[in-house]
Design a protein around this ligand. Structure first.
Ligand code: AMP
Length: 237
């Protein structure tokens, strides 16, 4: 484990940003570096979908349209995942919370076990770039690694190069043009207000998300300087 990982051991983080900001890619890098669990609400829903569970069937229609799954279902699903973790265990939330009610529910649930969010990393990307990225995004069905179609030919690899069995690569049903437009609109209307919630608690770090993956990762790590996070953390949060 690197010294930086040790500094942040046990941290509870939120990776925040619009769809297509690169949260999934950054989460993969951060979770290894910081030794925290990656908890993606979208991946949890997709897991339910591919297992044909009742929750998955309920979520399917909302997801395909690019709108939020109702809070009672979503909050319960995410809290079921992080609730049983030991207080010392770190996690990186990705895609949750997505509205102020979810942020408040998360806050309340963590407080019950004397836990709290340590920092929120907000990856900022302009809408035009989000649309460009999402319409050219493909995902490994097994490990969820994202791939982009070739810039010149649009060709997409058939199999994932990261999975032992080479998971097949597909385009998400909600990466179609209509669903993408909805998801970006929902982000501005319902999700962006969560930024004010965390800003008010002194937990927010904004980073630019349009550069190369490695520079975004460096910016994310730099935003986790311990003096910042611990100094601004209000006792009640
Ligand atoms: P994502 O993979 O994060 O883009 O999520 C895919 C879809 O899952 C979203 O468009 C929503 O339909 C649903 N979803 C994921 N996270 C949440 C959440 N926190 N609240 C409500 N719906 C969510």
């Amino acid at each position: 484990m690197t010294p930086q990982a040790m500094t942040h051991q046990g941290w509870k983080l939120v990776l925040f940003g619009p769809p297509g900001a690169g949260k999934g890619t950054q989460a993969q890098l951060l979770k290894e570096h910081l030794q925290v669990a990656h908890v993606s609400s979208g991946d949890l829903f997709r897991h339910h979908l591919s297992n044909g569970t009742e929750l998955g069937e309920l979520a399917r229609g909302y997801m395909n349209q690019g709108i939020l799954v109702p809070d009672d279902v979503t909050i319960g699903m995410v809290l079921d995942r992080i609730g049983p973790m030991s207080p010392d265990e770190g996690f990186l939330l990705d895609g949750f919370p997505r509205n102020v009610k979810q942020a408040q529910a998360l806050n309340d649930a963590l407080a019950e076990s004397d836990r709290r969010i340590d920092r929120v990393i907000h990856i900022k990307v302009a809408d035009a770039e989000l649309i460009r990225r999402l319409s050219n995004r493909y995902i490994c069905r097994v490990c969820q690694k994202p791939f982009a179609g070739d810039a010149a030919t649009g060709a997409v690899p058939a199999r994932c190069d990261d999975c032992p069995d080479g998971g097949d690569i597909y385009q998400r049903a909600d990466d179609t043009a209509a669903a993408v437009a909805n998801r970006i609109a929902v982000y501005h209307q319902e999700t962006a207000p969560v930024l004010d919630f965390y800003q008010a608690h002194g937990l927010l770090s904004d980073i630019a998300g349009e550069g190369p993956v490695e520079s975004v990762n460096q910016a994310a790590l730099a935003s986790l300087q311990p003096n910042l996070a611990k100094a601004f953390r209000p006792a009640a949060f």
